[in-house]
Write a protein that binds this ligand. Structure first.
Ligand code: G6P
Length: 493
């Protein structure tokens, strides 16, 4: 890892970094490493000698760490003006781009691309420019830069203009909207986003579905042509002529599925704190009952409310399940600065309470809902689950669907939305649902709950194999290698 002042050969850029700080009452700073597949994948950057991870300072603790120069080695936190960050992150990234790619808008009021949107767009540009400038400043000659996600779509184009020598990649961890949905965005904004990303040498997506959706959008650009695989070539690329200097450049579009980190999960899920939480959960569930588990951020795209409604329908229409099943739902708060997320969190709570009031008895709580984030408790639930419910409206991948089969003690039937990226890899061994179909999801839950034990075990084994085929570290290193090769071709040719 390099210090924040020397030049790096490998750089990662993302809104949320691998570490965050909280300011304690005594004035000291508490550092916490982030979890999840993305962080563990990108953490493979640590094995690269001259690496730097550029991220935004989020919250008071991070900002204080920047002021005190207390950052971790190899991590550069950008102290971007708080109002600019809020407009870029809450306003554009999470209220517009997230909604477009997850198709979450609801007419008649949304979307409305008005003057306020234009103002926030200005902040999104400034925020992207701050990243591009920091990367340009810290990248060594010919360095590889891997930009992450919808927060930073403009960075590749800006960075290329500043530093044409760099090899630039961008990776989308979300779905990509179908072309007819994407074109809801004002034309000039859609073009800026697409050309911003096409500043990269390589663009990565989690599944071929999202990659081809992007290609269809890029193909509509006047000066770009999307080439879909033909004649046995598996290569997707976009050909374009943006400036005189870099005419007829191509951007390769690639698929890199992200898998679960089996070694980490298996070891972590057998630590003492997980065992303790299993004991507590077992008490809450009660003896001789089946358990349906779901674990999500409280996120609109995760479709938690329809999942609860499906469970209610199951109890309603198949009374034999009453007192014999418990739905353990962990819905961890997310993006609570946005009213729509706060309202959704309240709705999840309300529907869970309603089910408990309607069906609960002295010895049985039908829904055990927890909203306080606790990774050890999530792992405990993973180990206990008879059925996992993963029913997003749309999801780039969904790592929970991949983690549960790896950790499960006794096999677990997976009810999986066909709209999750993970479905491309896991669909054959899951009970597939249309996430909007509440009664269909109730039927799927019944099918999963009644799946014979040996069949369940067989599916779980195959799911675990598929889920771990592309460990996070490989996901990162494959992209780095491909970017270096692509850059090589560009420089040679
Ligand atoms: C998705 C995005 C990530 C993001 C994560 C958590 O997985 O692809 O970029 O970090 O959600 O969302 P948050 O807004 O809390 O960073």
């Amino acid at each position: 890892m390099v210090s924040e002042h020397s030049a790096a050969q490998v750089l990662v850029a993302s809104n949320r970094g691998p570490i965050s700080y909280t300011l304690k009452d005594d004035g000291s700073l508490d550092a916490k490493r982030g979890g999840g597949g993305l962080v563990s994948g990108l953490s493979a950057i640590g094995s690269e000698a001259d690496a730097l991870w550029v991220c935004a300072a989020l919250g008071d603790g991070d900002r204080e760490a920047v002021r005190r120069h207390e950052g971790a080695d190899g991590v550069l936190m950008l102290d971007i003006d708080e109002a600019v960050h809020a407009d870029a992150y809450n306003g554009i990234a999470n209220s517009v781009l997230w909604f477009v790619h997850h198709m979450l808008y609801q007419t008649p009021l949304e979307p409305a691309f008005d003057a306020e949107f234009r103002r926030q767009w200005g902040a999104y540009e400034s925020y992207n420019r701050a990243f591009a400038e920091a990367l340009a400043e810290h990248a060594d000659e010919g360095a590889a830069v891997l930009v992450q996600d919808y927060h930073l779509c403009l960075v590749p184009g800006m960075l290329r203009a500043m530093r044409p020598d760099l090899r630039i990649g961008h990776f989308s961890h979300t779905p990509w909207a179908p072309v007819d949905y994407f074109r809801m965005l004002p034309d000039d904004i859609a073009e800026q986003l697409l050309w911003g990303m096409l500043g990269a040498d390589r663009l990565g997506f989690l599944t071929s579905r999202w990659a081809t959706a992007f290609m269809s959008c890029a193909d509509r650009l006047e000066k770009a042509t999307a080439h879909f695989p033909s004649g046995g070539s598996p290569r997707l690329y976009v050909e374009h002529a943006r400036t005189g200097r870099t005419s007829a450049r191509t951007t390769e579009v690639a698929v890199h599925g992200l898998g679960a980190d089996a070694d980490f999960l298996r070891a972590r899920s057998h630590e003492a704190d997980v065992d303790e939480r299993m004991a507590t959960l077992r008490e809450q569930i009660g003896p001789d009952r089946k358990t349906i588990v779901r674990v999500d951020r409280t996120e609109l795209s995760k479709n938690i409310v329809r999942g609860l409604l499906a469970y209610r329908h199951l109890l309603d229409t198949r009374p034999e399940w009453r007192e014999r099943v418990v739905h353990v739902a962990f819905a961890y708060p997310s993006r609570q600065d946005l009213a729509v997320y706060r309202d959704y969190t309240a709705e999840v709570q309300r529907v869970a309470d309603e089910i408990n009031a309607a069906y609960g008895t002295d010895g049985w709580t039908p829904v055990v809902l927890h909203v306080q984030d606790d990774f050890a408790r999530s792992l405990a639930a993973y180990r206990l689950a008879d059925v996992a419910l993963v029913n997003p409206i749309r999801d780039g991948m969904n790592l929970v669907a991949k983690e549960i089969p790896v950790v499960s003690d006794d096999g677990c039937a997976l009810v999986l939305s066909r709209e999750a990226g993970a479905h491309e890899e896991l669909g054959d061994d899951a009970v597939t649902v249309n996430p909007y179909d509440v009664t269909g999801t109730a039927d799927a839950l019944h099918e999963a709950l009644t799946m014979p034990h040996d069949e369940r075990a067989r599916h779980t084994k195959r799911l675990a194999t598929a889920a771990t085929a592309l460990p996070p570290q490989r996901w990162f290193l494959d992209q780095l290698e491909a970017l270096r090769e692509h850059g090589q071709e560009r420089h040679d040719g």
